[in-house]
Design a protein. Structure first.
Lengths: 313, 550, 312
């Protein structure tokens, strides 16, 4: 089991390296002299040269990369052009709202979607099935920010049940925290629910066609027993897979949702960084988000090993 | 046998059973007017070719008919109660208690994420009120009864850790643990090797006798019928055409269909074949090796010797067979010779051209001299291209003009006894046997010197198989081809091969004239193969009985 | 031994399949209800896009500060070139700069459709080529898939945002920025099709007949990719429209001079509480179009090959 985990992690190294390389090259891909860009429009030639020297931009690309990586693994991403703070500090400031938002959205999604998908599969061809499938297509089609505004309009503006925007930390009170997080988390969760429900349904249907289900029926089990004791555990693997892959959707959605609901998280930071061309921050975010995505998928892989003995032995 | 007193009600009785198919099928009913009886302690074999409806009957008895199929007439009497009138609750309570079923594919019949012991235990949990200790004891005893080694280890093992034969034993244990009166076995040994099959058949027979179970055994293999059946029923397109005691039906079949079927079963007695004196060796395989290694970071290096030091020679006009069980390496040899995979060592001489180690450039102009016909007729032809397109493709690569290729295609269709007009059709419009003929024709379009048949008749019904084998033999004689015939079926090898090579775990253990290898085998493995062949004492085609020839 | 005939399902299916020419799958696809519904709505949008100038619209960039934030249905006075004034109903109201939202939304249809189609076609083409090569040539497979994995590890919108930040803004940049994260998904799909087809006996048979590799790829493998790719293409198109809207909404997509649905929504953010019509109407159009494409894709997938459910 341990060797399985180690092997998985080693397999990730090349991918992470490639991502790091991409993040590193981002600054170099901008047309023009990197030092001049950092220095800004109004810098003199001496200032540009000074920056070039200070940031080591006059060295070979390979050496620069090595130096950069050696800083990155220690958590040092340099200093933000815009905020004039170390990037890492900036990230740590903004990370909590995003994590809270993501976690809530994830929980809502899984709790809502998996039972819906299972129900749709169990009652395949019925109205419930059609409804679930129909709603899931709708979920894919409505843009996240539109959904955000719609929810905001109905619940916050018209009904005035919940505050419109912003974020309250848990430490400052669970009630206000929940009140502020529920709308953005729901908006974010919708597309995830649609995806998970669909895959759950497909996976369960596929499993129900397997030979061992026929054997289970031949033992005299009821349909419900067949579903719960035999089908679900086997169907879990693809569902887990999609939860892992869908994290990418969550991250992307967070960027937009935070914008709509004015949540001071990493998503907002991304937008601000791009608009002000704050490259150290952009680089850091690329690396961090990718690492997070990769780690989640590693956890998913490990999860497989628990679910499926064929992978363990 | 003593159970068969006339006072005991039959374990199973089918009376006028009729099962309807959904609209749009090629016939209105899957099964019409089936009458069948299985008495306690009796083993009845239900034989038929594909599409005959035999599996449908099995599913109907268990109440597990797929959606769209309905029994619309007749009765299924399980010790007196009509299954067709029973409630779903009654049916569920009856499964594994009064009737059990085991299926064909042991590899997929068990849930991969639950241990074997727990899967058997589930039957007890569902149908009895035994305590967990009692249940465990019962399961372990059941595992012993099916002759599995080390029952406690088997209990905690997962299905993927077991072989196919072992998994089938688990299924049998599951089915018989509550001592049902009826066991339905739907082709349980078809997917197993012949030696494993022989063991499982013995096991089923023993258990049947000791428990007094009535068994309905579905198969397409008459050898199996001869081996274990007390009674036989022959099914054709949903109709029961004949039934009766085994010896009687096999020795003197009444119905023409039964006679045709039995007559199609190849005999294990090697056929007398004309010796071809031309002798020119056209294919020489010298010390062929194929090794697979899997390695990776932090993974143990695993080396598999799929083929070790195999040497075979085939002369023009001769058929040489390679027989063996799965994993023996026989298909790997075929693929190496056809250069679909590259050998790891050794040489393959085609005439005076070495092609085993040759580079792609040298190989290309020689490819057409060896052609191969594959096992699965349903996947050997591109479903999107007409037969004509598939047949002219090959010659056109070698520069033959389209018109010439077309002419060749037409002549070959006639040679394989198909209508040349059918060239315009798509593969799905042909039956399995017809598709296999098309594949043969496609191979012959290349004007090869060597034809490799890789289990080419294994997926065909026995009557179709006979026709295709005759065709192949005919073609070989007419075109003076050298044929390399790969098969797991000793009967087929006995009839069609001049020489036979026996492979076991990648090695060649015996090679010689068919009459000698299959008549008086020298190697222990060959002997065990022959001993395991079901119904080896029956020479079906000549309906000769009991006198063994070994 | 393998005889699928012995399995009841296969038996039933074999008994059901008539031995006659079966109607082309494409005919079946065209008759599918979802395909028809999706195509109908799309056709409508296409018409709107093409006929925008004649559907009661005015110049979408026309600013008239005196007519800002009119409610839907109110009248707007347009001064023509020759100085005369004409009354025009602002069906969807006007925005903060007095621009007619109705006109902007209709013209925005063009942007979205173009982007959706362009992204789908470019992604499919590039992904197809890479996928074919990776699937067919084993020694290419490893490195190519590593790169694809790396691309997929970076969340799509982040990648798109970064690319827009690097290159200058504009239609082409946005299109390419959305294409790049989509390519790995297409490559994966094509590769899986290639890998499964490559094992088919009829491909091996063609190989033993002496077919050169390129021929094998084009004649035998490629046709199997067409159906899944078309279905994937519809989903890519829908996703691209959503991505463009998101990018424009964040201010890093289409330049604000060109009316796109995302832009309109972005501009309407500030006064959302008071004048929701700025966001409402473009959202409806966007959601409807994306829904139509998704439904079309669903229908195509069900009609063309039920086995595709797994991959998509």
């Amino acid at each position: 089991m341990l060797s399985f985990i180690i092997r998985r992690m080693l397999a990730l190294m090349p991918v992470l390296l490639l991502v790091a390389a991409f993040a590193f090259l981002v600054l170099r891909m901008v047309p023009g002299d990197p030092a001049a860009i950092i220095a800004g429009e109004t810098a003199t030639t001496e200032q540009v040269a000074e920056i070039r020297q200070r940031l080591g931009l006059d060295q070979t690309l390979a050496r620069q990369f090595v130096i950069w990586i050696s800083h990155v693994v220690r958590g040092d991403f340099g200093e933000s052009y815009f905020f004039k703070l170390p990037v890492m500090d900036l990230v740590l400031q903004r990370i909590e709202p995003t994590l809270a938002l993501g976690a809530c959205a994830l929980m809502i999604s899984v709790v809502a979607a998996v039972p819906l998908g299972v129900l749709a599969a169990f009652r395949q061809g019925s109205r419930i099935d059609d409804m679930v499938m129909g709603l899931s297509v709708l979920g894919f089609s409505v843009p996240g920010f539109v959904l955000g505004y719609a929810l905001m309009y109905v619940f916050a503006i018209q009904l005035e049940w919940l505050p419109v925007q912003g974020y309250t930390r848990i430490a400052d009170g669970l009630g206000p925290f929940l009140a502020r997080i529920i709308l953005p988390a729901s908006a974010l969760a919708v597309v995830y629910i649609a995806l998970i429900a669909r895959i759950t349904r497909t996976s369960v249907l596929e499993v129900l066609n397997e030979d061992y289900i026929r054997t289970a029926r031949a033992k005299g089990l009821t349909e419900a027993e067949v579903l719960v004791r035999h089908a679900l555990r086997n169907a879990a693997v693809p569902i887990l897979t999609i939860i892992g892959i869908g994290i990418g959707l969550l991250i992307g959605g967070a960027v937009v949702t935070e914008s709509v609901f004015a949540i001071p998280g990493l998503g907002r930071l991304t937008v601000e960084a791009v608009l002000s061309r704050d490259f150290p921050v952009i680089q850091a975010l690329i690396v961090l988000f990718s690492v997070a995505y990769v780690m989640v998928n590693l956890l998913v892989d490990i999860g497989y090993a628990f679910l499926d003995p064929r992978i363990r032995y | 046998m003593s159970m068969r007193s006339p006072n005991n009600p039959p374990a199973l009785a089918l009376r006028g059973l009729r099962i309807a198919l959904p609209p749009g099928a090629d016939r209105s009913h899957a099964v019409t007017d089936a009458n069948l009886t299985v008495r306690p302690g009796e083993l009845v074999c239900l034989v038929g070719e594909s599409g005959s409806g035999k599996s449908v009957i099995a599913q109907a008895v268990m109440g597990l008919l797929p959606k769209g199929l309905r029994a619309d007439a007749g009765q299924i009497l399980l010790a007196g109660t009509d299954v067709l009138q029973a409630s779903p609750d009654w049916l569920r309570a009856a499964r594994c208690v009064r009737m059990s079923m085991i299926f064909q594919e042991p590899m997929t019949a068990l849930n991969p994420v639950i241990t074997c012991g727990r899967q058997i235990d589930e039957v007890l949990r569902k149908h009895t009120r035994l305590s967990s200790n009692e249940r465990q004891r019962k399961v372990l005893r059941a595992l012993e009864q099916v002759q599995l080694p080390d029952p406690p280890r088997m209990y905690t093992a997962y299905p993927h850790q077991l072989s196919g034969g072992q998994r089938q034993r688990i299924m049998i244990a599951m089915a018989l643990i509550l001592d049902p009166a009826l066991l339905i076995a739907d082709e349980p040994t078809t997917a197993l090797d012949v030696t494993t099959q022989s063991q499982i058949l013995k096991l089923i027979k023993e258990l049947q006798l000791s428990h007094g179970t009535g068994v309905l055994f579905i198969t397409h293999d008459f050898g199996v019928v001869a081996e274990i059946a007390d009674q036989v029923a022959v099914l054709r397109l949903g109709e029961l055409v004949e039934s009766g005691p085994t010896r009687q039906l096999l020795g003197a079949p009444c119905h023409p269909y039964t006679r045709m079927l039995i007559g199609s079963v190849p005999s294990l007695r090697p056929a007398h074949r004309e010796v071809n004196k031309s002798g020119e060796l056209v294919l020489r395989i010298n010390n062929l090796h194929k090794t697979y290694t899997s390695s990776g970071l932090f993974q143990r290096n695993r080396t598999v010797h799929a083929v070790s030091d195999v040497s075979i020679a085939i002369a023009r006009g001769q058929t040489v067979g390679i027989v063996g069980e799965s994993g023996s390496g026989k298909s790997t040899v075929a693929r190496c010779v056809a250069r679909l995979i590259d050998p790891s060592g050794g040489q393959v001489w085609l005439g005076d051209q070495e092609i085993g180690q040759a580079s792609r450039r040298v190989l290309r102009p020689n490819r057409h001299r060896i052609q191969i016909v594959f096992q699965d007729p349903y996947r050997s032809l591109n479903p999107r291209r007409t037969v004509e397109q598939s047949m002219v493709e090959g010659p056109m690569y070698y520069g033959v003009s389209r018109d010439d290729a077309l002419g060749r295609a037409r002549r070959l269709m006639e040679l394989v006894r198909l209508d040349p007009q059918a060239l315009q059709r798509f593969p799905h419009e042909f039956s399995g046997g017809q598709r296999q003929r098309i594949c043969i024709a496609r191979a012959l379009a290349m004007e090869p010197e060597v034809l490799i048949a890789d289990e080419a008749v294994s997926a065909l019904d026995v009557s179709v198989q006979k026709q295709v084998l005759e065709l192949l033999d005919n073609i070989r004689a007419r075109l003076n081809l050298a044929v390399l015939f790969i098969t797991h079926d000793l009967r087929v090898a006995a009839q069609i091969c001049d020489q036979v090579a026996v492979m076991h775990q990648g090695r060649l253990v015996e090679f010689g004239a068919t009459a000698q290898v299959l008549g008086q085998p020298r190697h222990a493995y060959t002997q065990s193969l022959l001993a395991a062949a079901p119904g080896r004492n029956w020479d079906f085609a000549h309906a000769a009985s009991s006198a063994p020839y070994t | 031994m393998i005889a699928p005939e012995n399995d009841v399902q296969a038996q039933t299916l074999a008994m059901q399949a008539p031995i006659a020419a079966r109607p082309s799958l494409w005919n079946k696809a065209l008759r599918n209800r979802r395909v028809m519904a999706g195509t109908a709505i799309l056709a409508l949008m296409l018409l709107v896009a093409v006929l925008a100038p004649w559907l009661g619209t005015v110049d979408p960039a026309l600013i008239d500060v005196s007519a800002r934030n009119l409610k839907p249905g109110e009248l707007l006075s347009i001064t023509l070139d020759d100085g005369s004034a004409v009354d025009h109903t602002a069906y969807f109201g006007t925005d903060n700069l007095g621009r007619d939202v109705f006109s902007r939304v209709l013209y925005g249809t063009r942007v979205s459709l173009v982007i959706g189609a362009a992204v789908a076609m470019i992604s499919l083409t590039i992904g197809l080529v890479i996928g074919l090569l990776a699937g067919f040539f084993r020694h290419l497979d490893g490195p190519v898939m590593r790169v694809m994995d790396a691309l997929m590890a970076i969340p799509g919108i982040l990648l798109a945002i970064t690319l827009v930040a690097i290159w200058k803004g504009g239609m082409l940049t946005v299109i390419l920025a959305i294409v790049v994260p989509d390519i790995p998904r297409v490559v994966r799909l094509v590769r899986s099709v290639v890998l499964s087809v490559r094992e088919e006996p009829y491909v091996e048979a063609a190989e033993s007949l002496g077919a050169p590799t390129v021929w094998l790829l084009i004649r035998h493998v490629l046709p199997n990719t067409v159906a899944p790719l078309i279905v994937q293409g519809t989903f890519l198109c829908a996703a691209a429209m959503l991505s463009e809207a998101a990018l424009s909404f964040l201010g890093i997509g289409i330049p604000p001079e060109i009316p796109s649905w995302g832009n309109i929504i972005a501009e309407g953010r500030a006064l959302f509480r008071v004048h929701p019509h700025n966001i409402f109407y473009p959202s409806i159009f966007l959601a409807l179009t994306v829904l139509a494409v998704n439904v079309l894709g669903d229908g195509l997938r069900d009609a063309l090959d039920p086995k595709m459910h797994k991959n998509l």
